[in-house]
Design a protein around this ligand. Structure first.
Ligand code: FE2
Length: 200
């Protein structure tokens, strides 16, 4: 393919490629770079969906952190569903079921995004406990405390997803970015509703 480019076009291509894929420089032992070599490096260092392997690996690591947080959060909310007591029992018991069902859906979606990026989702609770920013919440019975636990969990999840969104945008990973932004928008609304409930 190199023959199709003039010398100036080659230089232009190399400059553009090095701007878009700065990691190329780190992988080189010899300069200058020809257009053909640059193109080969760009093409061979991408995964099956065309993302740079290094970026995909970083994203998968961040997604695994998110997965761990979703799993611990899911189990916390399951605990609130089982253990809540008091005059709001019926309302909260049902609401917590709605939350944990949604969290479980997202656990699967996040894990499958990791697989789509060509990596392995963590799947042991011991790993979830060590990776999760959200702490296990045990033996909570009071309705307000349970709702505050849900609120805090969503706030942490949103914070992580904003970090993920920034990483995905830098890597031109539209799939991960759009998944994160959909979750953020939906969960910000949930936070508004939880705050409304707590201020009654
Ligand atoms: Fe139940």
């Amino acid at each position: 393919m190199k023959e199709r480019y003039s010398g100036d076009a080659d230089n232009l291509f190399c400059t553009a490629a090095k701007t878009l894929y700065p990691y190329i420089d780190a992988e080189l032992t010899q300069l200058p770079l020809t257009a053909a070599t640059t193109r080969e490096l760009v093409m061979t260092d991408t995964n099956s969906i065309g993302l740079h392997e290094g970026s995909a690996s970083q994203l998968a690591e961040k997604l695994n952190d998110l997965l761990a947080n979703y799993q611990i959060f899911y189990m916390n909310v399951r605990g609130y569903h089982w253990n809540v007591r008091g005059s709001d029992f019926f309302e909260l018991h049902a609401k917590f079921e709605e939350f944990y069902t949604d969290l479980l859906t997202k656990v699967d979606e996040v894990a499958e995004r990791i697989l789509t990026l060509g990596h392995k989702p963590v799947h042991a609770y011991s790993d979830y406990v060590s990776l999760s920013r959200i702490q296990e919440d045990k033996d909570v019975h009071d309705g307000t405390t349970c709702v505050k636990g849900v609120l805090k969990g969503y706030q942490t999840i949103i914070e992580l997803q904003r970090e993920l969104l920034s990483l995905a945008s830098d890597a031109d990973d539209e799939g991960t970015a759009s998944q994160a932004s959909d979750y953020i928008r939906e969960q910000e609304k949930t936070i508004w509703m939880l705050n409304a409930y707590l201020s009654k």
